[in-house]
Write a protein that binds this ligand. Structure first.
Ligand code: AMP
Ligand code: ZN
Length: 114
């Protein structure tokens, strides 16, 4: 998608603080962190929302969660705990329409979320 912000990060056209990359996913620091650790994990392939997932993306979603686990271990927050969030659609709080898994840690998370 030529006008997608996160596709541009994948392509290296917009800078980001990259943390992890493999053939399928990229992780980078959120530009407006909501916790001491706030990372985003995205698929390299453009998928607009959770509603656009198909059975072919089953493994890809698993890879995103395994990347979240690896990042938590790398940051040493796996025992203390962390929050993973994937917003869907406007009312779900999604502002960038290329799916992304938020990984937040370093403070006590509240429930229910706002
Ligand atoms: P969401 O509201 O769930 O769609 O989350 C979008 C996230 O992308 C927000 O937390 C933003 O701070 C983050 N974001 C927007 N632009 C950038 C960027 N250029 N680099 C890193 N994170 C970004
Ligand atoms: Zn995209």
């Amino acid at each position: 998608m030529s006008d997608c912000l996160f596709c541009k990060i994948v392509a290296g056209e917009i800078p980001a603080e990259l943390l992890y990359e493999d053939d399928h996913v990229v992780a980078f620091k959120d530009i407006n962190p909501q916790a001491p650790m706030h990372h985003l994990i995205i698929p390299k392939k453009h998928i607009s929302t959770i509603n656009d997932l198909t059975i072919n993306d089953e493994a890809l979603i698993g890879k995103m969660y395994l990347a979240a686990k690896a990042l938590a271990e790398k940051e040493g927050v796996e025992d203390d705990g962390y929050r993973t969030v994937m917003n869907c659609g406007e009312s779900g709080g999604q502002t960038v329409f290329h799916i992304h898994l938020h990984v937040l840690a370093g403070r006590n998370m509240q429930w229910p979320p706002g």
